[in-house]
Design a binder for this molecule. Structure first.
Ligand code: SAM
Length: 330
């Protein structure tokens, strides 16, 4: 049997994004409606044992990096125990986490003892009122405390900033300014219609080019950095700055050519691309008694059909893009 996950465009899959839950303690406007996204019954979620097994089998096929996301990973009970389990897998070089930070502070010391390398902290405003307006929850202090603790820890810290037209675009330059003297990497993400509702009608477009020109309008000392292969962001820094900033063209999708990732949602839906609507439910396959070899055969076959890019994936969907990112695992 083939031992590596390689698609028909020659791209090798080495990176899994795994959603450990669909539940979240925030209600970010760009991610879900105020009443929250529809969550599934608990038994529909993959168990930690199932996630461990899927990750192990994938790691035997060359996946060496896992990002844990959600929903909010830290709201799932025993998430730290799951991390300890994953840490046993010697084939994994890196475990990373995407979090809103509201519940992470008490765990930072323990995280540093594990294979956790980097934390992506979602923070879309440094203004308390605006933070509340965006997240619909009053946890700015908790998140800011997490930011400072992470900054002073051994973990790499990236700030994820979703650029929201008419809401936080005035803070783009403030976030770039943060990188001058602080060891922080900011990533500006183009907003996508994964919000539980779908594409908004009257939205002014804040795409990669517009975000970059906003920054260039304020700073003259910008240096382009060499991007790592398969990086989702185009990266820059201000001369002599401690941190960096980058822009993720998540919606304009100019980064798909080097894609090395797959996703598994909290309910076990395997996704070849963020923009597909799920290609196979591996949870049911597992629960029906699949062996490791069955799983490997399945993964190899699915990945061989990975679409060329996010536009092709979207065109093959049965439904319009509009589900909440918390159900996909952003
Ligand atoms: N709860 C965690 C958090 O807030 O980071 C992890 C899950 S969240 C869905 C993962 C990432 O997706 C966050 O950085 C979030 O900002 C981003 N995201 C969610 N909805 C998005 C959208 N509609 N467009 C762009 N990014 C989005």
């Amino acid at each position: 049997m083939e031992t590596k996950l390689i698609d028909k465009f020659g791209r090798q899959i080495t990176y899994l994004r795994l959603a450990v839950t669909d539940r979240c303690n925030l209600r970010c406007q760009y991610c879900m409606p105020a009443q929250g996204a529809d969550i599934v019954e608990r038994k529909a979620l993959l168990t930690y044992k199932e996630m461990y097994r899927l990750t192990r089998v994938l790691s035997e096929l060359g996946v060496n990096k896992v990002r844990l996301t959600g929903g909010e990973p830290f709201v799932r009970r025993d998430f730290m125990k799951f991390l300890e389990m994953l840490d046993f897998n010697d084939s994994l070089d890196e475990i990373n986490i995407t979090t809103n930070g509201a519940l992470i502070s008490q765990h930072i010391e323990a995280l540093q003892k594990l294979k956790v390398k980097s934390i992506n902290l979602s923070l879309d405003s440094l203004n308390r009122n605006k933070f509340f307006e965006i997240t619909r929850r009053d946890v700015f202090d908790e998140v800011y405390e997490a930011l400072e603790l992470l900054e002073n820890s051994e973990l790499n810290l990236k700030l994820n900033f979703v650029v929201q037209s008419g809401i936080n675009t005035d803070e783009i330059v403030d976030f770039v300014a943060l990188t001058k003297n602080r060891n922080i990497d900011v990533r500006f993400i183009e907003e996508m219609p994964f919000n539980g509702v779908g594409q908004k009608e009257t939205q002014e477009v804040w795409n990669y080019n517009r975000i970059l020109s906003e920054i260039e309008g304020k700073f003259k000392n910008i240096e382009k950095l060499k991007d790592k292969k398969s990086s989702t962001s185009k990266n820059f820094k201000l001369s002599n700055s401690k941190g960096t900033f980058g822009i993720i063209p998540a919606f304009t999708r100019t980064i798909c050519g080097d894609c090395n990732r797959i996703r598994i949602t909290a309910t076990g839906m395997f996704k070849n691309c963020l923009f597909d609507d799920g290609v196979f439910n591996v949870r049911d396959f597992l629960r029906n008694g699949a062996s490791d070899d069955d799983l490997k055969e399945l993964f190899l076959s699915i990945v061989s059909k990975k679409p060329k890019d996010g536009f092709v994936a979207e065109s093959q969907r049965g439904s319009k893009v509009g589900e909440s990112m918390s159900s996909i695992g952003g």
